[in-house]
Design a protein around this ligand. Structure first.
Ligand SMILES: *Cc1c(COP(=O)(O)O)cnc(C)c1O
Length: 416
């Protein structure tokens, strides 16, 4: 009797379950078909072990030309130790947002360190942590800009900046990539606005080129616009002790908002912005991706702090990275894919269409090289590419093998 009742109570939901299986998901299937038809279908690849110069995917050992772990810090014993100690002392989770009871001593220590790191020339500089670069960009821009304001955005800005612009209610004006004359013209076309903000990647994530920051700053100063720079790919890579492109160009005191990430060269996770104090106070009060989310757990915060200590102690990793960049670029130049003077660890090999790019990626894989094929919407249509990144921990042999495989790709292309 008792058992019958249990069975019966479990039996009852069945009609609803059946209903669920009969529901029509064909609109999703159609959408996936369309993505496939365009050659833009994406799926996940599982990586075993640490994101180092060599990785294992589907049981195969590959040389990794896809990671943004540029300095090879993501599995460094010192970062591991810092993360472990922080976890032992303060737990695995912070338990609340910063404004409730998730504001830990560690968060404030890292912010003080970042303000020193990036804000040397900024009067009254403060830093604010965000949970990721994506959170930072979709939080900062809408917090500062709204109806009646105008944002000037580089045509090749990172998706998170684009989304930040969309989420604000400001007008967004896209200017030609890395083109300060076009920017100046667009600014002249919008002489009246409550606030005007120029946003740009410093090192562009898919091309590795630099934004013309000096000219951008001069244009901004003439027009009274603010500047926000995303240093995701320059933090740890460029500038004194890895302070970024803004520092490298000596512009630190002339840029209102310097945003950077902790998850790429710094080998941890999270992001930050350094700005004069009033900006930070407004962000604490208005940035929704800061206010309405649980704060970063202790481990990545402690790991990032340790990474900053290591950058201060020695420039060796940064130097090794740049030596690898030079070597790899000179090899690429021989293939016609190099840059005039590469100063970032990102190398685009532009192949054009989706099919060719994914085919080249497969060929590289067979040669033991892991490089990502990049397609729209990450890059504009017709500019599909292999995106290769160089790390400080690549050996000469790794780099040579990568170039060798690319030489083969080049041969295939000229044969076709
Ligand atoms: C990676 C990246 C981001 C996002 O940072 P996450 O911490 O990975 O969310 C933002 N901007 C640029 C330019 C990036 O390359």
């Amino acid at each position: 009797m008792w058992l019958q009742q249990v069975v019966w109570s479990h039996w009852k939901p069945w009609p609803e379950l059946n209903n669920f299986f009969m529901r029509d998901f064909s609109s999703l299937e159609n959408e996936l078909q369309e993505i496939r038809r365009l050659g833009r279908y994406r799926s996940l690849r599982m990586v075993a072990g640490v994101p180092e110069a060599e990785i294992t995917i589907r049981g195969q050992r590959l040389i990794n030309f896809s990671s943004n772990n540029y300095l090879g810090l993501a599995a460094h014993p010192r970062l591991l130790r810092a993360a472990r100690q922080a976890t032992d002392a303060w737990g695995t989770g912070s338990g609340a947002s910063r404004l409730i009871c998730g504001n830990l001593e560690l968060h404030e220590a890292l912010e003080a360190e970042l303000a020193r790191f990036k804000g040397t020339a900024v009067p009254n500089a403060r830093a604010l942590l965000f949970n990721s670069g994506y959170h930072a960009n979709i939080g900062i821009i809408p917090a500062l800009m709204t109806e009646g304001d105008v944002i000037f955005s580089d045509a090749l800005n990172h998706a998170s900046l684009i989304d930040g612009c969309r989420m604000s209610r400001a007008k967004t004006v896209v200017y030609a990539h890395a083109n300060p004359e076009n920017l100046a013209q667009k600014i002249r076309e919008h002489p009246t606005a409550r606030r005007r903000l120029i946003v740009t990647d410093s090192v562009f994530s898919m091309d590795g080129d630099w934004a013309p920051l000096k000219e951008i700053v001069e244009t901004a100063e003439r027009s009274g616009a603010w500047v926000m720079v995303d240093e995701a790919h320059a933090t740890g890579v460029l500038g004194h002790q890895g302070r970024g492109l803004v520092d490298h160009l000596g512009l630190s005191g002339r840029i209102e908002l310097q945003m950077g990430t902790l998850g790429k060269a710094l080998g941890s996770f999270g992001a930050f912005v350094v700005a004069p104090a009033p900006f930070i106070e407004v962000l604490i009060n208005r940035a929704r991706s800061f206010i309405f989310t649980t704060s970063l757990p202790p481990a990545p915060v402690a790991a990032a702090l340790e990474a900053l200590v290591m950058l201060r102690e020695s420039a060796e990793r940064q130097q090794q990275l740049h030596e690898n960049i030079r070597f790899f670029n000179s090899g690429l130049k021989e293939l016609g894919w190099g840059q005039e003077d590469a100063q970032a660890p990102i190398f685009p090999v532009i192949l054009g269409d989706e099919a060719r790019t994914m085919e080249a990626m497969e060929r590289l894989w067979e040669a033991g090289i892991f490089a990502s094929g990049i397609r729209p919407p990450t890059v504009p249509p017709g500019t599909c590419r292999l995106r290769l990144t160089v790390m400080a921990t690549h050996t000469r042999k790794h780099l040579e093998q990568g170039l060798e495989a690319l030489r083969y790709i080049k041969k295939l292309r000229t044969a076709n």
